[in-house]
Ligand binder design. Structure first.
Ligand SMILES: Nc1ncnc2c1ncn2[C@@H]1O[C@H](COP(=O)(O)OP(=O)(O)O)[C@@H](O)[C@H]1O
Ligand SMILES: [Mg+2]
Length: 254
């Protein structure tokens, strides 16, 4: 059984259809990438999955239960790493972790222990008592990730978690997330970086204009689209025509 089961999700904002008939699954231990340019519908999809938005149509199953039949239990199973940092700048790294741990229902002692553990695994032990305002961009991203992991979620949702940080910091974060998947956490990861999706994901869904255009392992996608063409679409940073299974569809990859 899939950990996350999305079926024919649809969401519109006025005239804009942000998400249209989106369906996919994420299994335990699987690293699933949602790859698409700005405005493709990635954040809207993530917001629907974690209940920040309600779908117009379609369903979201979390560990076999419909999300909206038990939102509280669904939330307990998932952790969200939002695209924009959700940290208190004036609090320390440790205080931010403990705060989000308590929001997720941990006792004071459990939050403390878990924060110590995460500061260590995120290699931030020596900076845990510094205010977030003194952190580098990469360190803030690591704490932002840690906050989502306090309650040990089975499913981790990451919305472009490496935007705006240097390559070394990015590598550290990506290695860490890969490790979580190897330990059994299901990962839903959005990105507009083709290289990230290629190097990390077990399966990739390519999304644009709110629709999944193609889905599969990297090998599947290469067979369907052709690797050179896939890369070209990203490099061109303009509208590109992709032929897939005899179908031609227009897409823009920036
Ligand atoms: N709250 C909103 N109100 C109106 N339009 C929105 C809102 N959120 C997103 N959109 C629109 O929905 C589309 C998908 O946006 P989004 O999911 O944020 O894309 P991505 O995360 O892939 O960049 C875009 O056209 C965006 O302008
Ligand atoms: Mg987004």
């Amino acid at each position: 059984m899939s950990l996350l089961n999305i079926d024919k999700l649809r969401k519109r904002f006025g005239e804009t259809v942000a998400v249209e008939d989106v369906s996919f699954n994420v299994n335990p231990g699987e690293f699933y990438g949602l790859l698409g340019p700005n405005g493709a519908g990635k954040t809207t999809t993530i917001s629907l999955v974690c209940g920040l938005l309600k779908p117009d149509e379609g369903s979201i199953g979390v560990d076999g239960t419909d999300f909206w039949s038990n939102p509280k239990e669904s939330h307990r199973l998932m952790g969200l790493v939002p695209q924009d940092l959700a940290l208190y700048e004036e609090l320390t790294g440790r205080e931010n972790l403990e705060f989000w741990g308590k929001v997720a229902g941990l006792s004071r002692n459990d939050a403390k222990e878990r924060a110590t553990e995460l500061l260590e695994s995120l290699t931030l032990s020596d900076r845990g008592n510094d205010a977030i305002s003194k952190y580098s961009g990469g360190m803030k991203r690591r704490i932002n990730l840690g906050c989502a992991l306090m309650h040990r979620p089975k499913l981790l949702l990451l919305d472009e978690p490496t935007v705006g940080i240097d390559p070394q910091a990015r590598m550290n974060i990506l290695d860490f997330i890969r490790g979580l998947a190897n330990d059994g956490t299901g990962i839903l990861y959005t990105t507009h970086y083709l290289e990230e999706a290629e190097s990390l994901c077990d399966r990739i869904g390519i999304i644009d204009h709110g629709k999944i255009l193609a889905e599969g392992t990297l090998a599947d996608l290469r067979n369907q689209i052709g690797h050179d063409q896939l890369s070209l679409c990203w490099k061109e940073s303009s509208r590109a025509l992709i032929g897939l299974n005899g179908l031609a569809f227009k897409s823009r990859f920036a």
